[in-house]
Design a protein. Structure first.
Length: 292
């Protein structure tokens, strides 16, 4: 299906006024393309739920117009099934894959979850990654549900972001043929040791090439040089609610014009830039030593 090993959960850059900054968006997309990374648009890192439907459509149309050499995946997340089906239909001819999360807030049981994902995949014309992130949805996707979904023609992979290696192993045992992606930058080496296919990353917003090297080494089992430098970097990236730190660091480095966020997120949650600046320096130095 899709062989990309690193997907960047891209931020949505904004002017200080709050409008989407399409000039910076293209810059960010081209940085990922140059590194060979797949691009995930309008996920939680992209503040997807804070964007209007028109803004989301404009972002997808804009990315489709860039004639990219790397694949684009789009987030599918909400709680109204017909709205999500309509969103998939709009995106079908403009993206390469879908990231599908369990319905928000309602906390459905196994039958409700299975029906939700099947209904969405029935509409999708591109491969689908099923996303387990109970910290945001309030519900874990049971391995039995994943097993039932795995027979669908559009089922492609699983993004595991519960923070649990045990949960990852459960999915791996239930659907050994599925591509498994870590949704947690810090846990990639552990998931890689258990046979994962790659990473959906926040850190690669700032460090596209560096994170690609991190993924390469992790998947090869060459993890001696990864800790503690990557552990500290990931801690810095999540020192405030995502994507507050990553936007702040991108702005500090002059890559985006503004670190503006949509409410309820606010940069006031970030107490100290020093941790981020130190992480940036350490990762750049690490990459210089390991990119031989």
């Amino acid at each position: 299906m899709i062989n990309t090993k690193l997907w960047t959960a891209l931020i949505t850059p904004m002017y200080q006024s709050g409008e989407v900054h399409f000039g910076d968006l293209e810059k960010l997309i081209r940085r990922q393309e140059s590194a060979g990374n797949g691009i995930l648009l309008i996920g939680s890192t992209g503040e997807g739920l804070a964007l209007t439907d028109d803004e989301k459509k404009e972002i997808i149309e804009f990315s489709a117009s860039l004639d990219l050499s790397v694949p684009v995946m789009v987030g599918v997340g909400g709680f109204q099934i017909e709205n999500q089906k309509a969103w998939i239909q709009f995106c079908n001819d403009k993206v390469d894959a879908f990231l599908m999360v369990a319905p928000l807030y309602s906390k459905p049981g196994p039958v409700g979850q299975k029906n939700w994902f099947l209904d969405l995949m029935d509409v999708a014309e591109k491969p689908c990654m099923i996303y387990n992130i109970p910290s945001r949805t309030g519900v874990k996707i049971p391995p039995t549900v994943i097993k039932e979904l795995s027979g669908h023609s559009k089922f492609w992979s699983i993004k595991e972001a519960s923070g649990s290696i045990a949960d990852y192993k459960e999915y791996r045992e239930m659907v050994p043929q599925a591509s498994m992606f870590s949704g947690d930058d810090a846990l990639l080496p552990f998931f890689a040791a258990a046979g994962c296919s790659g990473l959906v990353s926040v850190s690669s917003n700032v460090w596209p090439e560096e994170t690609a090297k991190y993924v390469e080494l992790s998947l090869e089992g060459k993890t001696d040089s990864l800790f503690p430098v990557w552990k500290r970097a990931v801690e810095a990236m999540f020192s405030a609610p995502n994507p507050v730190p990553v936007k702040a660091l991108l702005h500090q480095k002059g890559i985006i014009e503004s670190s503006a966020l949509r409410a309820p997120l606010t940069e006031k949650e970030l107490n100290n830039m020093d941790q981020l600046k130190q992480a940036d320096e350490e990762i750049i130095n690490w990459y210089k030593k390991n990119n031989n």
